[in-house]
Design a protein around this ligand. Structure first.
Ligand SMILES: [Zn+2]
Length: 294
């Protein structure tokens, strides 16, 4: 058994090193090489990487918000030197023995330096301590399996125990198919944890980012006391094609976009990425007294 433990420990060490490097790189805002460019999915313009780093990955031409990784997101929000990651090595086994799943997990881990699709941390935003959880769509499309569900649940429980507000950024393709019923169970588990946190008087701010769909929309992401969204984010449960076929009707313009959902009361406010930090700081400050005294 010893060689098995050793190789597992080596792998975890390697992941930890990669992760630490990723945090540092994100903190320096140099996650992409300064040279080069990428095509904006919104308007098709070529955007220089240097400009994208400066604009926090918002297209300078059309305002399209490109998806960003969890560590970069946290580095844009948190006060310097206050980031402390929670349960960094949390993973889940291939409990259903889904063929090829472990190989896919390994390749996703190598590619992204993430253990799974969620990163949780405690840190300060404008001097106010809070618990943060961020889904990363680069890892299995941010899908929720046991590891993601467990991390969200622990984040809510940690926030409750330490009487801190909770901020969750969602970006997800839904439940993790390879984990079957176990991934669907995370919807109930995370929702129950948020409910207990809410009953204890905690403040939960949910931020939808592009795209958030499926079981994540249908559970913790929709349970915020305050629900924010980035402009243009796709937010839904089933895809528009499935809905169109099911109800046999054409869908309205802008269906499942953040703006449509704000208009219909599902989202409280759409906040451009450049204003998110200030908006969150205001909300946290506004609720600070209540959180501390309950
Ligand atoms: Zn654009």
């Amino acid at each position: 058994m010893q060689p098995l433990f050793r190789s597992r420990r080596d792998r975890l060490d390697r992941l930890r090193r990669q992760r630490e490097e990723a945090v540092e790189a994100a903190a320096r805002r140099s996650a992409v090489p300064p040279s080069g460019s990428q095509t904006c999915p919104g308007c098709g313009a070529e955007c220089a990487n240097q400009d994208l780093v400066r604009s926090e990955y918002v297209c300078p031409h059309c305002g399209y918000h490109l998806p960003i990784g969890a560590y970069l997101r946290l580095s844009l929000l948190l006060d310097p030197f206050t980031f402390r990651e929670l349960w960094p090595g949390l993973t889940a086994p291939n409990a259903l023995e889904f063929p090829g799943y472990e190989e896919k997990l390994s390749s996703q881990r190598e590619k992204t330096a993430l253990c799974d699709a969620a990163v949780a941390a405690v840190g300060k935003l404008d001097g106010i301590s809070a618990v943060f959880a961020v889904l990363d769509s680069r890892f299995f499309m941010g899908s929720m399996g046991v590891a993601v569900g467990e991390k969200i649940t622990r984040a809510a429980e940690y926030a409750q125990k330490h009487r801190l507000p909770l901020v969750i950024f969602s970006a997800s393709g839904g439940a993790r198919m390879q984990e079957g019923i176990l991934s669907l169970m995370q919807m109930a588990k995370t929702s129950a944890a948020i409910r207990r946190f809410s009953d204890a008087g905690g403040l939960y701010i949910s931020v939808f980012t592009h795209p958030t769909t499926g079981g994540v929309t249908a559970s913790f992401a929709s349970l915020g006391d305050v629900t924010l969204a980035e402009p243009g984010a796709l937010i839904g449960f089933a895809g528009p094609r499935v809905i169109r076929q099911t109800i046999g009707q054409e869908l309205p313009d802008g269906f499942q976009r953040a703006e449509y959902l704000e208009e219909h009361g599902f989202v409280d406010q759409i906040v451009p990425r450049g204003q998110l930090r200030d908006t969150l700081a205001q909300l946290l400050a506004l609720h600070r007294k209540g959180v501390l005294h309950r």
